[in-house]
Ligand binder design. Structure first.
Ligand code: CTP
Length: 404
């Protein structure tokens, strides 16, 4: 479906990255109107925006006045994305000022609005900016947390514009859900993703086939619905989702520490990671060499902590919703669902997303199908579809637990 997208660009060095965002929208078939501020044109000129969008651009309300652009552009939009959003633009939006075409557009838009801030760390952390961001979020605007990393000049810190491809994914998620306030706004959620590694020596480990795709889809979906998301990522080679704070870990012990720390203040935790159940009893400091007599070493294993059971039984916060995953094949003792119900009870979580992994079809695939079992007896069958679609159903079920 072709949507009317307004791409607002304010005056920061990251304006050049908005060119890629624009391309992604147009290549997906959307009709994009670029509304730069005058300061944005100091960084990237009007001909670039006009050529990439196929439309003339204006920064002020005095061009084509007969067409009343200061209200028409906002009224007609299905989505407004401002990337980068400077501290100044955010302040104006929070105050409802309207001294150019972009700020007028923000006042007249009735569609979802996404702001992707980019600025120096000091400006982002300033109480004035934080208050303005909080005001906008309260009003239903999705304000993406900036990424950490290299800023203009030699500085590094929080304030970087996230990867344009990831801003696009988040914006697409907002667009797909349509009008309505972001329903996870104000909630802190933790998602774990990927598979842990248990080292035998400095170069070898025991691992598993988890790709991290489902966990990353959950993190993206939550961010597009306005949640504050911490993603604990174990050995995943996917780009950081926009607006999500990513904590990288390798082993199950590290995953446990990161999840438990983030869970203390979280409203919901989803354990989509595949932690290794066992680790070698000892880790050799030096690379293990082949024996001359041709014999193979035997590896003694010890059991790892069960993170899901721990956070379910010792909730960081009363009322927090805990979600687990169960990859099952079914066996002589029971069907996939029998084993899922037993696991739900054993782990003590609120929801268990049960995947049938007979044949290994789920690993690394963009699709999934599952049954979501609730400790309250609920059963939700999610038909074959994208991991993003499953992620949204999981968040819907989490939200229903809050409402309940
Ligand atoms: N899990 C965990 N800590 C572990 C192992 C698993 O938190 N050490 C979590 C997973 O993230 C998942 C859920 O528990 O959400 C179920 O994982 P699964 O591997 O199916 O469960 P196991 O307890 O390992 O059960 P099984 O004996 O069937 O392998």
């Amino acid at each position: 479906m072709t949507a009317q997208v307004v791409l607002g660009v304010s005056g920061g060095i990251a304006a050049y990255k908005a060119c890629e965002l624009l391309r992604r929208f147009t290549e997906s078939g959307h009709d994009v109107t670029v509304v730069p501020t005058a300061a944005a044109l100091e960084f990237v000129g009007a001909p670039t925006w006009a050529a990439l969008s196929g439309k003339p651009v204006s920064t002020e309300v005095w061009t084509d006045v007969h067409a009343v652009p200061h209200v028409r552009i906002g009224q007609a939009a299905d989505l407004v994305v401002v990337a980068p959003a400077t501290a100044d633009l955010i302040a104006k939006a929070a105050q409802g000022l309207a001294d150019d075409l972009l700020t007028n557009t923000l006042l007249t838009a009735r569609c979802p609005v996404v702001l992707a801030p980019a600025m120096h760390t000091e400006m982002w952390e300033h109480p004035a900016t934080q208050a303005n961001v909080a005001t906008l979020r309260r009003r239903g605007v999705v304000v993406i947390e900036p990424a950490e990393g290299r800023l203009t000049g030699t500085d590094t810190g929080k304030g970087r514009l996230p990867d344009p491809a990831e801003i696009f994914e988040l914006a697409r998620g907002v667009l797909d859900r349509g009008v309505g306030a972001p329903d996870l706004s104000g909630l802190k959620v933790v998602v774990s993703a990927g598979g842990t590694r248990e080292y035998l020596d400095p170069v070898r480990f025991l691992g598993n086939r988890s790709s991290g795709l489902q966990g990353y889809a959950l993190a993206r979906a939550a961010a597009s619905r306005g949640a504050h998301v911490t993603l604990v990522s174990a050995n995943v080679s996917l780009p950081d989702p926009a607006g999500v704070s990513v904590v990288r870990v390798e082993t199950t012990d590290q995953l446990r520490d990161a999840v438990v720390a983030a869970t203390a203040t979280a409203d919901a935790v989803v354990m989509a990671a595949a932690p290794a159940d066992f680790r070698p009893t000892t880790v050799s400091d030096a690379k293990i060499k082949k024996a001359e007599d041709g014999s193979a070493p035997s590896i003694a294993l010890v059991q790892n902590p069960d993170i899901l059971a721990e956070i379910s039984h010792e909730r960081g916060r009363a009322g927090a919703v805990v979600v687990g995953f169960a990859a099952e094949t079914g066996d002589a003792t029971g069907s996939v669902l029998d084993l899922g119900r037993a696991k739900l009870a054993r782990k003590g979580c609120d929801l268990l997303v049960v995947n049938d992994v007979s044949g290994g079809a789920v690993f690394g695939s963009n699709d999934n199908e599952a049954v979501i079992l609730g400790a309250d007896g609920g059963v939700v069958e999610v038909p074959h579809g994208s991991k993003t679609a499953l992620a949204h159903v999981i968040w819907d079920e989490v939200l229903r637990r809050f409402a309940g």
